[in-house]
Design a protein around this ligand. Structure first.
Ligand SMILES: Nc1ncnc2c1ncn2[C@@H]1O[C@H](COP(=O)(O)OP(=O)(O)OP(=O)(O)O)[C@@H](O)[C@H]1O
Ligand SMILES: [Mg+2]
Length: 1013
């Protein structure tokens, strides 16, 4: 176990391998136990050696086999491949050993292997050395594969196949019902090594995406090649994190160079290749000499000798060494005995001469990929090559990841090229190529660019994952978005890459990163240090490592240090590696750090964040308290947030034992949700549910106060299809109930809410009386009764009084009241009442025949109200805008506004509410003006009927006026009768402004020739 391994458990993506002896019972019976033990020991040793060679961990010996894990404790991005290579090696080794056993003992010995990949929880269990183990369904399934496998075979599940495809040759055996698995599992037999060597090979097989960006880099490479062609050798190193496109860049460049006659030879390091000495050099030489994988030895020797001697006859002496090194020793010309160092030196020298030979005409380009996996020997050879190639027509291209530093950085012919992630526009282009241009994909490039940080590999994998999990439908290059991508997980391939990077961090840095991932996308340095509980010095060192490694960056240094994740995927993966329990503890620590470090005056704004940490930190009571604080803070200015937060409070306290505090929170959280229900909408069932539960608790606890508020929420509030008289009765009863509690706040709030019923039923005097009573109770303390049902009672009271003045055609008085009201609403931070006041102000302007000013105010109000996210007020503002548009002789715009207002309201609230008839009559008027009077008649009739039936007498006369106009416009009978009824009703309710309109209409009707008879 390396020193970066943590002793506490983690969630990890790994591959689990089980290998055992098939039919071991029978075999053991044939042998003396002592002999059998020896056989098994040798068998175990073979397996364990192979596991170690591929950097896996032997988890345990199972009696007649082993269990091994690849990817834990240290994550490897190619854990599945490693396990499969190990399995192939084991099959070979055991087959050889079995042949020996058959020869010597007549034993029929064979092994079977099962492999599966997926998430496990890995860590020390039980304690002590060697207690490290992996647990989870993934392990069980691997074992089942072993049991399923035929002797001498290795079976892998679809999960491993997904990761290893292309790199290994897999034969699909079909689906199998596996005990303990809820659905059939696709099983594959491991048949050999595949043709892909790198991820890029795999990408090529799937079909390359079109190459985007990288103009500057290609230019740099071309310049270097040009110099090389003139005899100025150079070496370039492209460095970047996995998947940024190092290999692809070279691939594109190499394609161009080959076509213009440059000789190119390539070699690449392998993730598990460090333990195989000289692999890249061997690859390079085989390519140089043109040796194929299946060439017989003799042919290979001929190729080597042919090419070398053609270059220079003096290579004759070096042939035995070359043959030997390339694995085709000539029995007739054995290589001279030398120690390994001398041999390596000799080889390096031959290599230099091959590359630097003056007889060579063509420009030579050598590409070494993935030097971060290079072994010491090869590295030394490459260094020798670079040191000695001065003056030759050679270009050496290497690439590697940032954790590697080449030892030849001082060499003047060397230049390093840092490859940056794709630019935004490149990502967009790549996505267009991968996913297509369907309009449903609009707006997808931003989040994908953010999430992947412009890493093309991540982009490709995410698109593939989205397609496979049904978010995208259609075919590559022509997808359609089937559902929003929130909630889509991180592809396992990407997880593997990121997890491997994270695991290479030192223990402290890794812990810090885990804590940071819990804290958020951006975290303050102080909070991070505190939540992580690290000493300052350790913390600084760990932080430096994380910044250096490109995990975090300093988003701000002043006034406070702010650290942010470089890409969100790293955060997601880091977060996902932690056990739930550990995560919860960190969340709780994060909350405490915030509370301790932040100044008290920031608590309100941070309350939601603190609450969230506490909730995830399993501290529900504290979380509920902070959520309530956040909800109060959001208040009427952000009704949707308030609703969500009160819902959260309710859920949190419902899980707790009932006491004074939790019961109060249980009731209040429900009452307040109901308060927001009429503003933003809620289903009838949910509302009833909330009300019933609140009533039950409040009654049981004799909580009159809450019962009064509950009545406001269920039978007084706006947004219901009220019956006028009943509504007023309910108001009177609730006012009496509130008075019983003696609570001044409550008495004010209930009166304020109740006053609206008088207005809607056309009782302007009653409306003003209720408001005056309320204002008297408030006195000059604006906080009395504030923010219970409405924000500022004074603002609301003055506005209402202004409305009454307006109905009485006392426009100046109305204007003055509205102005005072607005000033107070703004001072008291009550944007909701402010919106209603502006609505009334623009209406007043319209009545005063200032259509342009009315329109401007109406539009501005709609904009401001949109920000509230409150459907009630938005719909009101829009209806009013419609009215002012009509007034400004723009009936088409008026119709559009009123239709939008109706749609908004109905969609969110589910019924028409108390303003339904009012909106209908506006629509009727707009239709009449547009010459669609026949349609208008039906709409106006509905407005009239609804307002009459529901006793909404504020609206009734204006609905009758709308009907009169519609009938007149449609030239049908009854216009005059409607107008008479409008007049009668307006007189009854004393709606003086309306009477002015009715008079005007009467004259019009009288003058209309068609109505003469
Ligand atoms: N400029 C680009 N335009 C389009 N696709 C690209 C571009 N760069 C890379 N890709 C694609 O992204 C994937 C990853 O690229 P590549 O294999 O070159 O990354 P890498 O940096 O070599 O990663 P590693 O360190 O793992 O080898 C490939 O499928 C490749 O085709
Ligand atoms: Mg690469």
């Amino acid at each position: 176990m390396s020193e970066t391994a943590k002793d506490d458990a983690e969630r990890k993506q790994v591959t689990v391998l089980f290998a055992d002896v098939s039919g071991s019972m029978d075999l053991a019976e044939q042998e003396d136990p002592e002999e059998w033990r020896k056989i098994m020991q040798r068998f175990f040793a073979l397996l364990a050696d192979t596991v170690t060679r591929f950097e896996g961990t032997v988890d345990k010996f199972t009696g007649d086999g082993i269990m091994a894990i690849f990817g834990a404790p240290i994550a490897h991005e190619d854990h599945a491949r490693r396990a499969c290579y190990a399995a192939l090696q084991m099959l070979d080794d055991v087959a050889e050993y079995a042949a020996e056993l058959r020869r010597e003992r007549g034993l029929n010995f064979s092994t079977r292997i099962g492999i599966n990949s997926g998430e496990v929880v890995a860590g020390a269990i039980g304690g002590g050395e060697g207690a490290y183990t992996a647990i989870g369904h993934t392990v069980g399934l691997a074992q089942r594969m072993e049991a399923l496998a035929e002797p001498g075979k290795a079976y892998v599940t679809e999960h491993t196949a997904e990761l290893a495809r292309g790199f290994l040759d897999l034969r699909n055996l079909g689906e199998f019902e596996i005990k303990g698995a809820s659905r059939p599992v696709e099983v594959f037999e491991l048949a050999g090594v595949g043709h892909a060597r790198s991820r890029l090979d795999l990408a090529r097989e799937r079909g390359f995406s079109s190459f985007v960006g990288r103009e500057r880099e290609i230019e740099r490479l071309e310049e270097a090649l040009l110099r090389a062609k003139e005899g100025e050798a150079g070496a370039i190193g492209v460095v970047a994190e996995p998947g940024i496109g190092k290999s692809r860049l070279y691939h594109e460049f190499v394609q161009r160079c080959r076509s213009d006659g440059t000789e190119v030879f390539e070699a690449q390091g392998q993730a598990h290749g460090k333990s195989i000495p000289f692999m890249p050099i061997l690859q390079m030489l085989r390519a140089f000499f043109g040796i194929g994988d299946n060439d017989p030895e003799q042919l290979a020797r001929e190729k080597i000798a042919g090419r070398a001697l053609l270059l220079d006859a003096s290579f004759a002496d070096d042939l035995p060494l070359l043959f030997d090194f390339l694995g085709v020793p000539d029995p007739e010309r054995p290589v001279a005995q030398m120690n390994p160092e001398a041999r390596q030196r000799a080889l390096a020298e031959v290599l230099c001469r091959l590359v630097g030979n003056p007889t060579r005409k063509k420009t030579l380009m050598l590409v070494f990929e993935d030097l971060h996996w290079v072994d010491e020997g090869s590295q030394a050879m490459i260094q020798g090559l670079i040191d000695g190639f001065d003056g030759t027509r050679t270009l050496v291209l290497v690439n590697y990841r940032p954790e590697y530093a080449p030892p030849w950085e001082e060499n003047p012919c060397w230049q390093a090229l840092e490859l940056a992630p794709l630019r935004r526009e490149d990502t967009r282009e790549l996505l267009r190529d991968l996913a297509g241009e369907d309009p449903s994909l609009d707006g997808l490039d931003e989040p994908i660019h953010e999430r992947t940080g412009g890493n093309p590999f991540f982009i490709e994998e995410i698109v593939r994952e989205l397609a496979e999990s049904g978010y995208l439908q259609g075919e590559r290059g022509a997808y359609r978005l089937a559902r929003p991508i929130e909630g889509a997980g991180v592809p396992v391939t990407v997880q593997a890459v990121l997890a491997a990077r994270i695991d290479r961090l030192g223990a402290d840095a890794k812990q810090l990163l885990q804590v940071a991932s819990v804290l958020g996308k951006e975290v303050s340095g102080k909070a991070l240090g505190m939540a992580a509980g690290l000493e300052e010095e350790t913390m600084e060192r760990a932080l430096a490592e994380l910044i250096e490694g490109g995990f975090l960056y300093e988003a701000e240094i002043y006034p406070e240090r702010l650290l942010a994740f470089r890409h969100p995927l790293t955060r997601e993966v880091t977060y996902g590696t932690q056990l739930a329990e550990q995560r919860a503890a960190t969340h709780a620590a994060a909350a405490r750090a915030l509370i301790e470090l932040e100044p008290v005056d920031r608590y309100d704004e941070l309350a939601a964040l603190i609450a969230d940490h506490l909730r995830q930190g399993d501290e529900p009571l504290e979380a509920a308290r902070w959520s309530a604080r956040a909800a109060y803070w959001a208040g009427h200015s952000r009704p949707r947030d308030s609703l969500r937060l009160w819902h959260q409070v309710m859920e949190l306290v419902d899980g707790l034992e009932e006491d004074e505090e939790t019961a109060a929170m249980a009731v209040h959280s429900r009452l307040l949700q109901l308060q927001y229900a009429w503003r933003v909408g809620m289903s009838r069932e949910e509302e009833e549910h909330l009300a019933a539960a609140a009533e039950e608790i409040a009654t049981r606890r004799d909580d009159l106060h809450s019962l009064a508020l509950l009545r406001v929420a269920t039978s007084i509030r706006p947004g219901l299809e009220h019956q006028g008289k009943v509504w007023v009765e309910n108001v009177e009863e609730t006012v009496a109930l509130a008075d019983q509690t003696g609570d001044r706040h409550l008495r004010v709030a209930v009166r304020g809410a109740g006053a609206y019923a008088y207005l809607c039923t056309g009782d302007f005097e009653g409306f003003e009386r209720a408001l005056d009573e309320m204002l008297e109770l408030v006195g000059d303390d604006g906080s009395i009764g504030a923010n219970i049902v409405f924000g500022s009672p004074i603002a609301w009271g003055l506005m209402g009084k202004g409305m009454v003045r307006r109905e009485n055609v006392e426009f100046d008085a109305a204007e003055e009241l509205f102005e005072r009201a607005l000033k107070i609403a703004l001072e008291e931070d009550d944007p909701e009442t402010a919106s209603w006041i502006r609505t009334n102000q623009s209406g007043l302007l319209a009545m005063r025949n200032e259509p342009e000013a009315a329109l401007a105010m109406g539009r501005r109000n709609c904009e401001l109200t949109d920000r509230l996210g409150d459907v009630f007020s938005r719909s009101l503002a829009l209806s009013n805008l419609s009215w002012t548009q009509m007034n400004a002789e723009d009936p088409a715009a008026a119709l559009e506004s009123i239709e939008e207002a109706e749609r908004l309201y109905r969609e969110a609230i589910g019924n028409g509410g108390e303003m339904e008839a009012w909106r209908l009559q506006l629509r009727a008027q707009a239709l009449t003006r547009l010459g669609r009077a026949e349609e208008a008649v039906g709409v106006a009739e509905r407005a009239a009927r609804i307002s009459r039936e529901r006793e909404m007498m504020w609206t009734y006369p204006v609905a009758m006026l709308a009907l009169a106009r519609a009938r007149a416009g449609a030239s049908i009978d009854g216009a005059e009768e409607a107008l008479q009824e409008a007049e009668r009703a307006a007189r009854e309710t004393n709606a003086l402004t309306l009477l002015v309109d009715i008079e005007a209409e009467k004259e019009q009707l009288g003058s209309r020739p068609s109505r003469m008879y």
